[in-house]
Design a protein around this ligand. Structure first.
Ligand SMILES: CC(C)(COP(=O)(O)OP(=O)(O)OC[C@H]1O[C@@H](n2cnc3c(N)ncnc32)[C@H](O)[C@@H]1OP(=O)(O)O)[C@@H](O)C(=O)NCCC(=O)NCCS
Length: 184
């Protein structure tokens, strides 16, 4: 069913599944120190990019394994401008989590806001999701600002709940319920 909903057009963008041709853009973006700073992983090598892209290509539905969507955001010119992930953390009770990355070459345009907003609406109205969580390193101001801009509710500040890259880190937890969805 998810496959049938994608690709999906928004005002300026298109959301589509990952393809082999995305390798160069993913490597260009995910190999950067500034992008990786608050991600769980270190900057990617070409080999890691190939492995991760192969997995992303399979993430095409929330209704069957792997219960995960991995989407490229592309602009009107077909350029990669970022990507989104949405996966179920509880399949039976339709609990999901969302993740986002923007290409540093496309700042200040609201591209991720526009794309994530469309994905969230799709999740609640067509993919039977009950709640979406957005979690980030508490120092990741841009990601927390994005969650707030999208209408997520701040639910908590977890203290040193994660050991990542050689240190204990704090996590911000945001949540949104289907009934929180703003009317169109
Ligand atoms: C987290 C991240 C995705 C946030 O991206 P972002 O640039 O804030 O998101 P958007 O593309 O929606 O752009 C928002 C910006 O465009 C501006 N903007 C312009 N037009 C806009 C519009 N029509 N709608 C919304 N925002 C608009 C906003 O004011 C905002 O500006 P600011 O950066 O000066 O605050 C990005 O910082 C990133 O990729 N970080 C590295 C990876 C990472 O940490 N991911 C999250 C892990 S939890």
């Amino acid at each position: 069913m998810a496959d049938a909903l994608l690709p999906h057009r928004t005002e300026r963008l298109q959301l589509r599944f990952h393809e082999e041709r995305d390798a160069a853009d993913l490597l260009r973006v995910y190999s950067r120190e500034d992008v990786a700073l608050y991600l769980l992983e270190e900057p990617w090598t070409a080999e890691q990019t190939a492995e991760r892209l192969a997995k992303r290509i399979t993430r095409r539905t929330l209704f069957d394994e792997p219960h995960s969507l991995s989407l490229v955001i592309q602009d009107e010119r077909g350029r990669y401008v970022g990507d989104l992930a949405l996966w179920l953390t509880d399949v039976e009770h339709r609990q999901a989590e969302i993740g986002w990355v923007r290409d540093p070459e496309h700042p200040g345009r609201g591209y991720v806001t526009e794309a994530a907003s469309a994905l969230i609406r799709m999740a609640f109205t067509q993919l039977d999701v009950h709640r979406i969580a957005a979690q980030m390193d508490a120092r990741n101001d841009a990601s927390a600002a994005l969650a707030r801009r999208l209408g997520f509710r701040f639910e908590g500040h977890m203290i040193e709940d994660l050991y990542c890259k050689g240190e204990y880190t704090d996590t911000f937890v945001f949540g949104m319920l289907a009934r929180d969805l703003p009317a169109t």
